[in-house]
Design a protein. Structure first.
Lengths: 183, 183
């Protein structure tokens, strides 16, 4: 069975997007994420669970790198957790879920088969962490302080979560950090 | 002339202290900061500028590792930025400054001679970053999500700050990240 993986780029001060959903910093700094890491995530991902905000950002994005998962290099079932689904989505691989996060992960897991579920979006990541549903976290840490925007770990939690490093490597200006969530 | 260095341990979710000023996670995880990094910071530091909160935490701490800089392995002039200095501090190496952060850094620089000024405490770090006074940031990233507490980069800033990695290494469970602030 696959795992539930959080995979994202983050600024050193913890933002996954700058003010106004700015993602330009990721592209300005260039593609320093090792190809083998990207390829590994692409082939091991069986389904994506995204938050409504991530979905909207992707829909509005003018860059193809943002509008499709992995710039179009991955395809498969995508689930969007939202209480207010849009009625004009034409992509048959995108489905909207309005239940709790446990059910959403179970649905995504079933669709992923023996591959992984990739979780996108700070709010859904927070919900999954809170519910103890995350297995691994893979972060590409960018050398920038954005100062404002959307925080990856923005929600306050009463429970501490211990992690176990799987890999800590450098590629160009990035720190690539992969952790297992200790249960 | 020395530099202005921010040096701290941080949880993956960006906290330098957990709820209730908890620092136990640092000690539970053990001393994995490479001795050569600690030694380098100790010998290159000529003065410390701390916030009032950091000073209070040090004063109240029962652990000697927290109550003295580098557990007592460093000694030198320490400046505490506060508008409300205590009247019972007996340590002659500790002085209180109530002016702006630029003056405080200038005072600490003068005391540091040709060595570095070490800045401690999220609030003072934020003020120094905002004023463009920080030269380098050295972070030991701990594999834990504390969920709550005091954030290193908690203040929102309108200006983005670019960084240039000097060193990204792993030691045990830690990622040791050193960046130069791009001016």
């Amino acid at each position: 069975m696959g795992i539930v993986l959080v995979h994202t780029t983050v600024s050193l001060d913890g933002f996954i997007a700058g003010p106004g959903e700015d993602m330009d910093w990721v592209f300005e700094l260039g593609s320093h994420v090792p190809a083998e890491i990207v390829q590994d995530v692409i082939v091991t991902t069986g389904a994506i669970l995204a938050g409504r905000h991530s979905y909207d950002v992707g829909r509005r994005a003018r860059r193809p790198e943002v509008s499709k998962p992995f710039g179009g290099a991955w395809s498969g079932p995508q689930f969007v957790l939202t209480h207010d689904p849009p009625d004009d989505e034409r992509d048959p691989t995108i489905a909207f879920l309005s239940g709790d996060v446990e059910t959403a992960i179970a649905t995504a897991r079933a669709a992923a088969g023996d591959r992984n579920v990739l979780v996108l979006g700070a709010n859904v990541v927070d919900q999954c962490l809170e519910a103890g549903l995350v297995d691994e976290i893979l972060i590409h840490l960018y050398p920038v302080l954005l100062g404002d925007g959307a925080r990856l770990f923005g929600a306050r939690r009463s429970r501490r979560i211990d992690l176990e490093p799987i890999a800590i490597t450098r590629s160009g200006p990035l720190a690539n950090l992969r952790y297992r969530v200790v249960r």
